[in-house]
Design a binder for this molecule. Structure first.
Ligand code: UDP
Ligand code: MG
Length: 325
């Protein structure tokens, strides 16, 4: 049986070699399975690919899906899943924040019949307090507004083992805005949670800046629920009701007490507040329309520059020799 390890990476020249050393140590000790290491290059601009190519020469288990540009981690993961051939696929980050020593444990639960085994971070070492708290709050809200039956597993990242049938299900979901955390829950399958202590990055820096995190957060909400639209409608109706009642009060006041000219501040407040509210709801609706726009184009999710395997490299070098002759 073949087990694939899928690793998306972006500018990871500092961590790939330590990662490879650490993971080979673990998989070499697991003798009942064969392994392949599918590295998905998310458009790195540094020496990452060269480093991997050097490793490939001595290790035919290493394969590289070389994407044309940086599509984002979720898409890079999908590209890796598309190319993985294993009966089970383990996904992990390349910076050793996902400890390879968990692989035997993943396999143990897989053998016991679980299809989707995910590792939950017990503690986030070296992460600022504010980031921790905002992410906690975010997942609480996300779960609250997500459609019934779909569970979001907040601490579970993309460090998991998927059975072949889960992979086959996941790669059928070809939406443009991919929110993997929600997708695992959406497809269902028998899940098992295991725990690990997150380590600090082995080298380099995080590839997620504030902008990317915001996009991911908005994608999370808008890919799995239309609750914000409903929410906008609710707020709208509350204010409409309020406005109607207030209108009647003013009418009665005017009839019985005469004209009441002052009132500029209250009018301004109402105009500005409602104007703001309208823009927000328009923005929410717009976000969904934007999604429809992108999805309806139905474009391929990524383009592969090259798929490098031991065989393809060999063929290529033979081809080169032919040219010389
Ligand atoms: N990554 C990627 N494409 C991106 C950003 C990140 O493939 O656009 C990879 C990155 O190289 C790493 C994994 O996704 O292997 C997790 O990223 P990172 O460690 O920077 O995120 P953090 O652990 O800080 O949340
Ligand atoms: Mg990391």
């Amino acid at each position: 049986m073949l087990v694939s390890v899928v690793v998306p990476f972006y500018n990871e020249e500092e961590s790939l070699k330590p990662f490879y050393d650490a993971i080979t140590q673990v998989i070499d000790s697991v003798e009942r399975y064969e392994f392949e290491l599918v590295f998905s290059n998310d458009g790195s601009k540094d020496q990452s690919v060269e480093i991997l190519q050097k490793i490939m020469i001595n290790d035919s288990r290493v394969k590289i899906v070389d994407l044309l540009r940086n599509y984002g981690k979720e898409t890079a993961l999908l590209a890796g899943l598309d190319h993985a051939e294993g009966d089970a696929v383990i996904m992990m980050d390349s910076d050793l924040q996902h400890p390879p020593y968990l692989i035997p444990e993943f396999l143990k639960w897989w053998e016991q019949g679980y299809d989707d085994i995910y590792a939950t971070r017990q503690e986030r070492v070296g992460e600022p307090w504010l980031k921790k708290k905002t992410s906690e709050l975010y997942y609480k809200i996300l779960q609250g507004v997500t459609e019934q039956g779909v569970e979001i597993y907040p601490n579970a990242g993309d460090f998991r083992l998927l059975d072949r049938k889960v992979v086959d299900a996941l790669i059928q979901l070809r939406e443009q805005s991919r929110y993997m955390k929600g997708m695992y829950g959406w497809v269902g399958f028998r899940k098992k949670e295991i725990f690990f202590d997150a380590a600090e990055r082995v080298g380099g820096t995080t590839k997620f800046n504030f902008k990317k995190l915001m996009k991911l957060a908005i994608d999370g909400v808008t890919s799995f629920t239309t609750a914000p639209l409903t929410f906008a409608a609710y707020i709208g109706s509350v204010f409409a009701l309020f406005g109607f009642v207030y209108g009647i009060i003013i009418l009665i006041q005017t009839i019985f007490l005469g004209k009441d000219v002052p009132g500029f501040p209250s009018i301004m407040t109402a105009v500005l507040f409602l104007g703001g509210l309208q823009l927000i709801t328009l923005g929410i609706a717009g976000t969904y329309i934007g999604k429809i726009f992108y999805e309806s184009k139905n474009r391929p999710l990524y383009f592969v520059e090259d798929f490098l395997t031991a065989e393809s490299m060999k063929k290529r070098s033979e081809g080169e020799n032919d040219d010389i002759r």
